[in-house]
Design a protein around this ligand. Structure first.
Ligand code: ATP
Ligand code: MG
Length: 579
């Protein structure tokens, strides 16, 4: 635990300190990537609890993903120590779940209600055929929503979306309840506020009145979830929404980027410039290392060639794969100045791009791990095991042991049933078992809580930031993270911006969002950034010619260093510049 008191704010720069120590009232921290927004947020909570008379119990910090919540809690623990226990750190969904659990009867549920899985939703739409039901679920017309809600309520279930809509309904109908929650959580903090959607916004408005202690943090240029209903306008009108006649919302802008080398930051700033939502914003590099390498650019001839480029560059960065012994430790000769696998991330626009890179890395003996963004419950096998677990409530033992047992049951059934019919292989089941017991879940021992975590957890997987493996992840899943080395593969028109088969181009807004996604990707890199694109790619059923992403042309060619092909690199290759 770090020393609290003035020492706590010593680790912040002047503007961060202003934000962290601002008095109560609405506070908006708006700043670009790597400026220490999340760091300022944790320091603010710690400062309020350690220095002012704020009780940790009164603090509610909200994030969008379960993992972001875990990371926030961890960082907070480092500052505040065990007191952190009392702070509520929650995703929007988990917050909705806890509000509903506390008030279940008011919305026609028992406190033991459960969150519907896909199979439950399909069953609830009976007598439609499975195909019709799937189509209805995808379209979600108001009449479907109503029918579904009724059917689920009769079975003491709610859908994932309803965790929030029902919470809003509950609080809209009862001022007593609103007062109770406002009294409980007098200080509310929301990271990545640019991705709030209308229901989440409604909930925040109910929990925090205008003039209240709401601290919202974010960057409009990193708004990448409009396809899920997020609206960056909530961010842009924060001051209007939460100010009162007597209390003006305070706005703090952070301007120093501590994450990226100067060339990486310059390239990112140029990439977002054409459609930035924060015109005139300053983003100055705190790192002014004159020796910093430029952004690498590799025009590949094929997807295989691109994957090969990633492998040989990883090889270079770790000081030679052949120097590494079996347990992946770098021997002392090779380790001088070398990166480790955990420093390296490969980012891509769509999940389907991962396979060629994973295969090439695996062939070269590079350990990899994927940081996924799916709901664990949607993975093959996991829902089946969760069902077994629910039957197994009477069993004792740790969660991990019970999960393993449920896995055995499911695997046993797989052996006898036609696996095609239930769509599960034994390997799927064991993957699921492994996935279901990531470190974060192994410690909890309440089964209901565990199953609730499974249902609301958007992205719980086995990803471990400390493992010595190269991380593979989509641009969406990379938000908020940083890595010393970042590869962004598939920088091609059609992937960035993404175009679906048959679509007639995309609207300006869509393209702007894709550009923000590109910006998010570039700004994850600390020391080295490599962009690559392939001349051909298998897309929508056939091999296609691909052009580089138009976003690349916003970057000054002087910031890009064209990387050579596989042949032994000569020093002069490094001097080439892309025109
Ligand atoms: P993003 O928009 O990508 O979420 P962010 O604004 O939340 O970025 P952080 O993740 O909080 O940025 O910080 C980026 C990096 O800069 C972290 O490694 C953090 O520790 C470091 N950093 C932030 N502020 C300072 C500071 N005052 N001194 C030194 N390092 C800092
Ligand atoms: Mg952040």
């Amino acid at each position: 635990m770090e020393e609290v008191g003035t020492g706590l704010l010593d680790r912040l720069d002047a503007l961060q300190r202003v934000a962290a120590s601002a008095p109560g009232g609405p506070l908006l921290i708006v700043a670009g990537p790597g400026t220490g927004k999340t760091r300022t947020l944790t320091h603010r909570i710690a400062y309020l609890c350690a220095e002012l008379d704020v009780y940790p119990e009164e603090c509610l910090a909200i994030t969008f993903t379960r993992r972001a919540a875990e990371e926030l809690r961890e960082r907070l623990e480092g500052l505040l120590g065990p007191v952190t226990e009392a702070v509520t750190v929650s995703t929007f969904h988990a917050l909705g779940l806890s509000i509903l659990r506390e008030n279940a009867p008011a919305v026609g549920l028992t406190p033991k209600f459960r969150i519907a899985e896909e199979a439950d939703l399909l069953a609830a739409l009976d007598p439609l055929s499975e195909r019709e039901a799937r189509r209805a679920l995808a379209a979600m017309e108001p009449s479907t929503v109503d029918a579904l809600a009724k059917a689920l309520r009769a079975k003491d279930m709610v859908s994932l979306d309803e965790l929030l809509t029902l919470s809003v309904q509950l609080l809209t109908e009862s001022t007593t309840l609103v007062d109770r929650y406002r009294d409980r959580w007098q200080w509310i903090f929301v990271d990545e506020y640019q991705d709030v959607d209308p229901v989440q916004y409604e909930l925040l408005r109910l929990l925090c009145p205008p003039g209240g202690n709401l601290c919202a943090i974010g960057d409009p240029d990193q708004a990448i979830y409009s396809f899920r209903g997020a609206e960056v306008s909530f961010f842009l009108r924060f001051a209007t929404d939460f100010s009162t006649q007597d209390i003006d919302a305070r706005v703090v802008r952070l301007t120093r980027n501590y994450r990226s080398s100067a060339p990486i930051l310059a390239a990112a700033v140029q990439a977002i410039a054409p459609t930035t939502l924060v015109p005139g914003r300053r983003l100055d590099p705190a790192r002014l290392d004159l020796e910093a390498p430029m952004v690498g650019l590799y025009p590949a001839t094929s997807v295989a060639d691109e994957a090969d480029f990633v492998v040989r560059t990883v090889d270079e960065l770790v000081g030679g794969l052949s120097h590494r012994s079996h347990d992946n430790r770098v021997d002392s000769r090779a380790a001088v100045g070398a990166m480790s696998f955990s420093d390296i991330a490969v980012l891509y626009r769509t999940d389907s791009q991962a396979a060629p890179v994973v295969d090439a890395l695996a062939r070269a003996g590079v350990p990899v791990q994927k940081r996924s963004h799916d709901r664990l419950l949607d993975r093959p096998g996991v829902a089946a095991i969760a069902r077994e677990l629910r039957f197994a409530t009477g069993l004792g033992g740790s969660i991990a042991a019970r999960v393993r047992l449920a896995g055995q049951v499911v695997a046993g059934r797989c052996g006898q049933l036609d696996t095609d019919v239930i769509g599960l292989t034994e390997a799927d089941v064991w993957t699921a078992v492994e996935l279901m017991t990531p470190p974060a879940l192994r410690a909890g021992s309440d089964l209901d809580e565990f199953l609730g975590a499974l249902a609301t957890g958007a992205e719980v997987d086995g990803w471990d930031p400390r493992a010595d493996r190269v991380t593979l992840l989509t641009l969406h899943a990379s938000k908020g993270l940083e890595f010393p080395v970042v590869f962004l593969v598939g920088c091609e028109d059609g992937l960035l911006p993404l175009r679906m088969p048959g679509s007639q181009g995309r609207s300006e807004d869509d393209v702007a969002e894709e550009r923000r996604l590109f910006f998010v990707g570039l700004t994850r890199a600390q020391d080295r950034l490599f962009l690559s694109h392939s001349r051909t790619r298998f897309r929508h059923g056939s091999e296609r010619e691909m052009a580089p992403t138009p976003f690349l042309s916003s970057i000054d060619p002087g910031l890009l260093e064209r990387r050579g092909p596989a042949a032994p690199r000569k020093p002069k290759d490094r001097q080439l510049r892309l025109i």
